[in-house]
Design a protein around this ligand. Structure first.
Ligand code: PEP
Ligand code: MN
Length: 371
């Protein structure tokens, strides 16, 4: 269980940010005063965005790429705040960044995915943040490691940061995907279920990697009841010095926001509640049967294990396993289940079955005789 104390709800971080979802937008990087001011004015004019984001110090994979404008960008950000009234947020990776961001009155600090991956850096930043009353948003680490993400949140919270949120920006894609980062939605869902009061904001831009995919990811995030969206927006994405392919124009951002369907967690309609209850009862009953069947299957697996053991036969029977996979996938298809789903499920069941048989085989057949 995450040890996070006294978390302040997002809407209480600042006055006037009770919007649900909370929208954060702005360019990947601050590039010039004109780029910042034009983007900010256009974003502010939409009337839908409360927080302006930008990168001042950019963590780039290889040296030689644009590494951010540094301190001068903070002056432009201050100007954005003064002129548009938007709150501001930047990525910080070193105590020196925190120091400057505080000096230039940045409202919210965020920790980038690469920094979250390194507990030394996180601890250094958390120590430095003691006594500094700035909200912190912590992006997920590059690897799908929930504990590392929770650990970073705990380090800041231990330093007294109670205005804290998690930002889901997807994970390094070891599996083939058309997205830049794989969302692995089950990870932020698990985080939310471990800590209900923790706000979670989705960064669909870094998940998508492509402007045309940002909408679907944003909708999915809202359907999973995330508290906000952080969307990279640039006055002229084609000319952007970083992440050009995933940034939206303020106009595109407007279209995206207008088209998002904001669903409620609950409906007040009584008949809705009754229908949902009936359907949930059916799910409960099916799940119960499924668990019972799995337990029965494992009992048979153990019997097979004992039998194989007595007859000195190997646990893994490749032909049999291949036949199981093909027949079950075929059956699943006729019932509307995808190949991928059935295969993953079988792999999980098979792994457990092998484990059970290994345990059975490693037990002496008749321990009494050995003494
Ligand atoms: C960013 O927000 O521009 C950024 C660098 O993101 P991440 O840390 O998620 O890669
Ligand atoms: Mn970016």
């Amino acid at each position: 269980m995450p040890k996070l104390k006294n978390i302040v709800p997002l809407k209480k971080w600042f006055k006037g940010i009770s919007d649900s979802p909370l929208i954060i937008a702005g360019p990947c990087s601050a590039e010039s005063e004109a780029q910042m001011m034009t983007t900010a004015r256009e974003i502010a004019a939409l009337g839908k965005v409360k927080i302006f984001r930008t990168g001042i110090w950019k963590p780039r994979t290889r040296p030689g790429s644009f590494e951010g404008v540094g301190k001068q960008g903070l002056k432009w950000l201050q100007q954005v705040k003064k002129e548009t009234g938007l709150l501001t947020t930047v990525e910080v990776a070193k105590p020196e960044h925190v120091d400057l961001a505080v000096k230039y009155d940045v409202d919210i600090l965020w920790i980038g995915a690469r920094t979250t991956s390194n507990p030394f850096s996180v601890q250094e930043l958390a120590d430095y943040m003691k006594g500094i009353d700035k909200p912190v948003m912590v992006k997920n680490p590059i690897n799908p490691d929930l504990q590392l993400w929770i650990g970073a949140l705990e380090r800041f919270n231990n330093s007294g940061i109670e205005k804290i949120a998690a930002v889901h920006r997807g994970f390094y894609p070891f599996e083939a995907t058309n997205l830049r980062n794989i969302p692995k939605w089950e990870i932020p869902i698990e985080l939310k279920s471990l800590c209900h009061s923790l706000p979670i904001i989705c960064d669909p831009s870094h998940i998508a990697g492509r402007a045309d995919l940002v909408f679907d990811i944003s909708q999915k995030a809202l359907d999973l009841d995330m508290d906000g969206l952080m969307i990279e927006t640039h006055c002229n994405p084609k000319k952007a010095l970083s992440d050009a392919s995933q940034q939206l124009t303020p106009k595109q951002l407007n279209t995206l926001l207008e088209n998002l369907i904001i669903r409620k967690v609950k409906s007040d309609d009584e008949s809705f509640a009754n229908v949902l209850e009936t359907l949930r009862n059916r799910i409960d009953s099916i799940d119960q049967q499924m668990i019972e069947l799995l337990a029965q299957r494992m009992n048979v697996v153990e019997e097979i294990g004992k039998y194989k053991s007595q007859n000195q036969v190997t646990i893994l029977q490749l032909r049999r396993w291949e036949k199981i996979v093909t027949t079950r996938i075929r059956q699943g298809k006729t019932l509307g289940l995808t190949e991928d789903f059935v295969k993953k499920l079988l792999q999980l069941v098979h792994k457990e079955s092998i484990q059970r048989q290994t345990e059975v085989m490693s037990k002496p057949v008749n321990p009494a005789k050995d003494n």
